[in-house]
Write a protein that binds this ligand. Structure first.
Ligand code: ADP
Length: 308
């Protein structure tokens, strides 16, 4: 459901310590429209419109009609396949809800964040988080909650930024085309719930190999659906495959490292903290790798200040 942001399947993610967003929101009487400033620059019309639509939700719930000044800083690369939209909308939800004077539970915040960017629902919480698909048409049971068994489990997540060309197919457009035309999509749906349960089990047992294997397998299945779309497309570029091959080679030499790829060419690698430097060095040695960020599970939203 594209208006309520209701997904076809449940999902699981890790909130990272190094990739985050700081956002301030101030509703004012004298503004005649919302103003969005990202990293010191006025946001694009399209990004600002998205924010206005999102804030309209809160204006409706609270009964207040003021426009807002939103200032945001991303400590995550923006629009590069590293989920700046999840980070950005989680921060925006927390700040805007407080600023407009609503007092909502974390569960309610996840339901609201979901309507700005689906993945933002998970980023409200820290660590390992699940987002339930839900069954109800109004979306009231589609929310995110932490997987408590993952509490304190330190694993490393490396984000490899590649020397890639801009995406030919944008995520939302690609997803829509795949759902509508790929014969592999129904197979993906029956697989993804199974993989979700395996991933949860792996977190519960703190079984790193099990988590890594299911993460990689699941990513490959997702990308296979795009090859069946009409017209077909792929998010991978040559650089993506170079990294995938490297990780497979590291694994044959005994290093537990696994990759996952979102709707874009960049690659994320899971490994154990004892191996993170070695894996980073191996990645950096590839000419197609521009930069590697090492992160670990981090906290969810927090309030820096409650000053007026
Ligand atoms: P990514 O992989 O980084 O999530 P997307 O193209 O899916 O890339 O999303 C990028 C979009 O997310 C931006 O165009 C903007 O609309 C939104 N976004 C990113 N950062 C912020 C932020 N700090 N505050 C509000 N919206 C943001």
């Amino acid at each position: 459901d594209e208006s309520l942001f209701l997904p076809t399947n449940s999902s699981l993610s890790i909130t990272l310590d190094k990739f985050y967003t700081t956002t301030t929101v101030k509703f004012c009487d004298h503004l005649s429209e919302d103003i969005f400033v990202l990293d010191g620059h006025i946001g694009s019309q399209e990004d600002t419109l998205k924010i206005t639509r999102f804030l309209n939700l809160l204006r409706k719930i609270s009964g207040k009609n003021q426009y807002a000044m939103i200032k945001s800083t991303n400590k995550v690369p923006t629009a590069a396949g590293f989920a700046s939209s999840a980070s950005g909308y989680a921060a925006l939800t927390a700040a805007a809800v407080k600023s407009i004077g609503l007092d909502l539970s974390l569960k309610e915040l996840t339901r609201i964040a979901r309507q700005g960017s689906g993945s933002a629902s998970r980023s409200i919480h820290g660590g390992f988080v699940e987002w339930f698909r839900g069954e109800k048409e109004d979306g009231s049971d589609s929310f995110a909650q932490p997987i408590s068994e993952g509490d304190g489990w330190d694993i490393s997540i490396l984000s490899a930024l590649l020397t890639s060309k801009p995406k030919k197919v944008l995520s939302r457009e690609g997803m829509k085309r795949t759902v509508e035309t790929s014969p592999f999509y129904s197979a993906w749906l029956s697989e993804v719930e199974k993989d979700f349960l395996i991933a949860k089990k792996a977190i519960e047992k703190r079984d790193f190999e099990m988590l890594g294997m299911v993460t990689e397998r699941n990513a490959l299945k997702m990308h296979a659906t795009t090859l069946g779309a009409n017209p077909p497309f792929m998010y991978w570029q040559g650089a993506t495959i170079d990294v995938m091959e490297l990780i497979q080679e590291l694994r044959s030499s005994g290093i537990q490292a696994y990759y996952t790829i979102d709707a874009g060419p960049n690659v994320k690698i899971l490994c154990e903290p004892k191996d993170e430097q070695l894996v980073k060095d191996a990645l950096i040695s590839l000419p197609v790798v521009r930069n590697v960020h090492i992160s670990h599970p981090g906290p969810g939203i927090s309030y820096l200040s409650e000053q007026k």
